[in-house]
Design a protein around this ligand. Structure first.
Ligand code: NAD
Ligand code: SIB
Length: 410
């Protein structure tokens, strides 16, 4: 029988995820998640499916929905629903009401472990489904903004179970945020617009992990990269990395393509729209759909024309093109594939091992945000290097002694 497209996509991605595959083999043997119900809100596509299947192979009953109304690949969601012990409620293009209804369905399963990308599940549990607080052992969070939200909750004493900050560990943000975002955002912009990057002014708003990766890769394609920032240290770093640094008010007049990766609201707003060149292309790769003030454009543009993944607003006789409705361009544009599989191999290996960690240790921890245990981070790095056939040096006893000594000077 011919395989369906969703299964083919899952198998394709799985080939490039050797660390997660190895964890899956271990999970099959050891069944560390036996009897555990896991609730997830992640981008439902092929690499995520490999994570879901790893958790199910480890003995879990997995309930999953999307973490963005536009990022689900429906054929993958359908394929997941044919996997034993997996229940998927995600659908591409759902309304906001349908999005939260699907979150409710995941929570109806009374998960003891949550895996979030953006903290929507945890927010919903703490605000609308508080009866579940007694059954959740703990959770894992995938992304920077989710972790900002968790810290804000914890600071107000409102986070009632432990959550592992997967994003904050080196094996996540040095690879996923930097290389994953850099490559997948540019490929999504190119496949959606078919425009040339070389020679264009490409404005990157926010020079954190994602912004740095994006700026470097855009430079590699020949773009003249402009960085905007609010943190003077990051701005200086961008300057010394060789990029033009200026305010968004200045960049608005110059830029051909804009990508926001700040995790902040209205980074491109009404004060900038009127300054843009005719035909400027705007995309967000940060969080939700708030980085570009699209509500203002909706209210003030004199016209709007839509084509696949592009909304063109008319403002004062000029065209402003917004990609993917201002949602994560690398996942939400119709042909967006998300991060490359080799990168999600690392992020999702961490997620699988952290789900196991929280299952085994969550009850010992109180409400709050926790770092990924270093042993897990190092294990993922070791396994990735092994899969690449790369060997590195090890510390000799003499070197270990030297490094732990405070007495040896010049
Ligand atoms: N598209 C993806 O697949 C993807 C991948 C990883 C992370 N993310 C998201 O991307 C965002 C950035 O993540 P990160 O890890 O790079 O975070 P980060 O904290 O390392 O960087 C964000 C940067 O934006 C800057 N900033 C904040 N407000 C700004 C403003 N008004 N103008 C210009 N700069 C501003 C901050 O000073 C900071 O340097 C987050 O929302 C994260 O959740 C998206
Ligand atoms: N739910 C929010 C969160 C931002 S997603 C950012 C996260 O997406 C993750 N991500 C990027 N590409 C993929 C992918 O292809 N599959 C699954 N997750 C991905 C990545 O790990 C990153 O931290 C929103 O949609 O606006």
């Amino acid at each position: 029988m011919e395989k369906d497209t969703g299964t083919l996509k899952i198998e394709w991605a799985g080939q490039f995820m050797p660390v997660l595959s190895r964890i899956r083999e271990q999970f099959v043997k050891e069944q560390p998640l036996h009897g555990v119900t896991i609730g997830m809100a992640l981008h439902v596509e092929a690499k995520t499916a490999n994570l879901v299947m790893t958790l199910a192979a480890g003995g879990a009953e997995v309930y999953i929905t999307g973490c963005n109304p536009l990022s689900t690949q429906d054929d993958v969601a359908q394929a997941l629903n044919r996997v034993p012990h997996v229940h998927c409620f995600a659908e591409r293009g759902c309304s906001v009401e349908e999005y939260y209804a699907a979150i409710d369905k995941v929570l109806d399963a009374k998960p003891s472990v949550t895996i979030d990308d953006g903290m929507d599940l945890i927010h919903y549990i703490h605000t609308k489904r508080r009866e579940l607080l007694s059954t959740v052992i703990g959770g894992c969070e995938e992304t920077t903004t989710g972790i900002h939200r968790l810290h804000a909750m914890a600071a107000e004493g409102k986070l009632e179970f432990p959550v592992v900050a997967v994003n904050d560990t080196p094996m996540k943000h040095h690879f996923d945020n930097v290389h994953g975002t850099g490559e997948s955002v540019l490929s999504a912009v190119m496949i959606t617009t078919n425009v040339l990057i070389a020679g264009k002014y490409l404005v990157v708003a926010g020079y954190g992990f994602c912004g740095r990766g994006l700026a470097r890769k855009a430079h590699g394609l020949g773009a003249k990269v402009i960085v905007t920032e609010v943190d003077p240290r990051k701005a200086l770093e961008a300057h010394m990395d060789g990029f033009l640094v200026m305010s968004m008010a200045e960049a608005a007049r110059l830029g051909d393509i804009f990508v926001t990766v700040s995790g902040n609201a209205h980074v491109i707003n009404s004060t900038h729209f009127s300054q843009l060149k005719d035909g400027a292309i705007l995309a967000n790769a940060g969080h939700f759909n708030v980085e570009i003030d699209i509500d203002w454009l909706e209210a003030h543009a004199s016209g709007k024309e839509s084509r696949d993944g592009i909304d063109t607003y008319l403002l004062d006789g000029k065209r402003i093109h917004i990609l993917a409705e201002g949602r994560l361009v690398n996942l939400a544009t119709p042909k967006g594939m998300g991060h490359p599989a080799e990168v999600m191999d690392l992020s999702f290996a961490l997620q699988a091992l952290c789900a196991r960690y929280i299952t085994e240790h969550g009850k010992e921890l109180s409400g709050g945000v926790y770092e990924v245990p270093e042993a897990i981070d190092v294990q993922v790095a070791d396994q990735k290097l092994a899969s690449l056939g790369i060997t590195i040096d090890t510390l000799s006893d003499e070197q270990k002694t030297y490094l732990s000594n405070w007495d040896a000077g010049t």
